[in-house]
Design a protein around this ligand. Structure first.
Ligand SMILES: NC(=O)c1ccc[n+]([C@@H]2O[C@H](COP(=O)([O-])OP(=O)(O)OC[C@H]3O[C@@H](n4cnc5c(N)ncnc54)[C@H](OP(=O)(O)O)[C@@H]3O)[C@@H](O)[C@H]2O)c1
Length: 364
C-alpha cells in the first residue's frame, strides 16, 4: 500500500538528440518499448507517434536555448553529428554541438548523458584513418588516446566538463559500423548494400565485394543499432554504467568472405553473380557511379518510396569501412563484466534489416 511518506518515483524522461538518425531512431523505438517519455530533437522534425518533437539546430545556440527552455529531461542520449571537410572542422562543429546542447540544459534535472562515438577513437579520424600507430586488436577501452586530433575526443571532453559542472553521470559508447533503419543519413552500410544488390539484380551486374583483402579474409564485427540502443539505456540506468566508456558490438565475429555470400542470399542475388575479393579493392563509388541514374526508374517500377539514391546509399562510407587494410575487432569484455549481456547474431541482424527495408518499400 502506498503511504503519504513514500516518494513517488520520477518517471524518467529521455531527450534523444539526433533522433532521426540511424542510432537515434533505434533509441526512440527502444525507449518507447520500455515506456519512457521521449522527446526527439533534430532539425527535420521526426514523424513518429508517441514522441514529442523538438526541431532545433545544434549549431545555433540561440535556437537551442529557445527550443529547450521548457524541457526537463532526466536522461540525454546524444547521437547527432555532422561530417565536415577536415578534422579541425569536425572538432569545432561536433564538439560545439555537445557543448551547446548541454549548456542549454543547465537547469534541467539531468541524471545521465550517454554519448555515442565509434572505433575511430582507436583508428584515428577520417583524414588519418589507421595511419599512425593503432592499438592491437581486439580494441580495449583502456587504450590511451591516439596522439592525433579527433572529434570524438573533443565531444568526450565537452561531456566530461559539463558532467562535472552540472552534476550528472555520463557514458560513452564506442560502436563499430552501425546497421539500422534510417533514410537520408550520412553512414548506412545496411541500406547501401541493399541498394547495391538491387542495382545488381535490376541491371544484370555482378554483386562485387568492394573492400580490401584484410577485410575479406580477416576477422571483424559490427554493431546493430537496436543493440546499441539497449546498451546506451543500460548504461544510463545502471550504477555500473556511470562515468565509463564502453565498446559496443554485436558479440559475434565473422569474416567478410563468409558474410558476403550470405548477405547476397538474403538480398536475393543469383549466387552466380556474387564476386568476392580479387586483386585489390573495387570501391562502390566507382562501381556504382555509371548505374546510379537507373535508381529513379527502378523506384518507379517497383513503387519504392525514395527515388533519390543519394538519400539511401553512402558508398564512400562502406568503401572506407570495407577498404581498411587492417583487421578491426572489438573487445566486449568490459560491458559483459559490468552486467550488459545483450547480443545479436550479425547475419540475422542484416536479414531482419533487409526485411524491414522491403516492408517499408525502400528496396523491392
Ligand atoms: N553510422 C555508422 O555506421 C557509425 C559507425 C560508428 C560510429 N558512428 C558514430 O555514431 C554517431 C552517430 O552517428 P549516426 O550514424 O547514428 O548519425 P546519423 O544517422 O547521421 O544521424 C545524425 C542525426 O543528427 C541530426 N543532426 C545533424 N546535425 C544536426 C544539427 N545541426 N542540429 C540538430 N540535429 C542534427 C540528424 O537529423 P537532421 O539532419 O534532421 O538534423 C540526425 O537525426 C556519430 O558520432 C558517428 O560518427 C556511426
Amino acid at each position: 500500500m502506498t503511504t503519504s511518506t513514500e516518494a513517488t518515483p520520477v518517471r524518467p524522461e529521455a531527450l534523444v538528440v539526433g533522433a532521426s538518425g540511424i542510432t537515434g531512431s533505434a533509441l526512440v523505438d527502444h525507449l518507447l518499448s520500455l515506456g519512457w517519455r521521449v522527446t526527439a530533437l533534430s532539425r527535420r522534425p521526426l514523424a513518429r507517434d508517441g514522441v514529442r518533437t523538438v526541431a532545433a539546430d545544434l549549431r545555433d545556440p540561440a535556437s537551442l536555448d529557445a527550443a529547450l527552455a521548457g524541457e526537463r529531461p532526466t536522461h540525454v542520449f546524444f547521437t547527432a553529428w555532422q561530417r565536415q571537410e577536415t578534422e579541425a572542422e569536425n572538432i569545432r562543429v561536433n564538439g560545439g554541438m555537445v557543448r551547446d546542447l548541454l549548456a542549454a540544459l543547465s537547469n534541467a534535472p539531468l541524471e545521465h548523458v550517454a554519448l555515442v562515438t565509434g572505433l575511430k577513437h582507436y583508428l584515428g579520424p577520417f583524414e588519418a584513418y589507421a595511419a599512425g600507430v593503432v592499438p592491437d586488436t581486439p580494441f580495449h577501452e583502456e587504450e590511451p588516446r591516439l596522439d592525433v586530433p579527433n572529434f570524438y575526443y573533443a565531444q568526450e571532453d565537452e561531456l566530461f566538463a559539463a558532467a562535472e559542472r552540472q552534476g550528472f553521470t555520463w557514458s560513452v559508447h564506442r560502436s563499430h559500423t552501425v546497421i539500422g533503419h534510417a533514410v537520408g543519413n550520412a553512414m548506412n552500410m545496411g541500406l547501401t548494400l541493399a541498394v547495391q544488390a538491387t542495382l545488381a539484380k535490376e541491371l544484370d551486374l555482378d554483386f562485387v565485394f568492394p573492400g580490401s583483402a584484410a577485410q575479406w579474409d580477416g576477422l571483424t564485427d559490427m554493431t546493430d543499432a537496436g543493440l546499441l540502443a539497449e546498451h546506451m539505456v543500460w548504461a544510463a540506468t545502471s550504477p555500473e554504467g556511470a562515468d565509463e566508456a564502453f565498446n559496443v558490438v554485436d558479440g559475434d565475429v565473422f569474416r567478410w568472405r563468409w558474410m558476403w555470400p550470405r548477405l547476397a542470399a538474403h538480398l536475393g542475388v543469383d549466387p552466380a553473380r556474387v564476386v568476392g575479393y580479387a586483386d585489390g579493392p573495387r570501391p562502390l563509388e566507382e562501381q556504382m557511379a555509371p548505374h546510379e541514374h537507373a535508381w529513379a526508374g527502378i523506384a518507379e517500377r517497383h513503387g519504392l518510396v525514395e527515388p533519390d539514391v543519394t538519400r539511401l546509399a553512402s558508398w564512400w562510407h562502406t568503401d572506407a569501412d570495407l577498404g581498411r587494410e587492417m583487421e578491426v575487432v572489438t573487445d566486449m569484455g568490459k560491458s559483459r563484466e559490468a552486467g550488459f549481456t545483450g547480443y545479436r547474431r550479425t547475419d540475422r541482424a542484416f536479414a531482419d534489416l533487409f526485411d524491414r527495408y522491403r516492408a517499408d518499400r525502400l528496396v523491392p
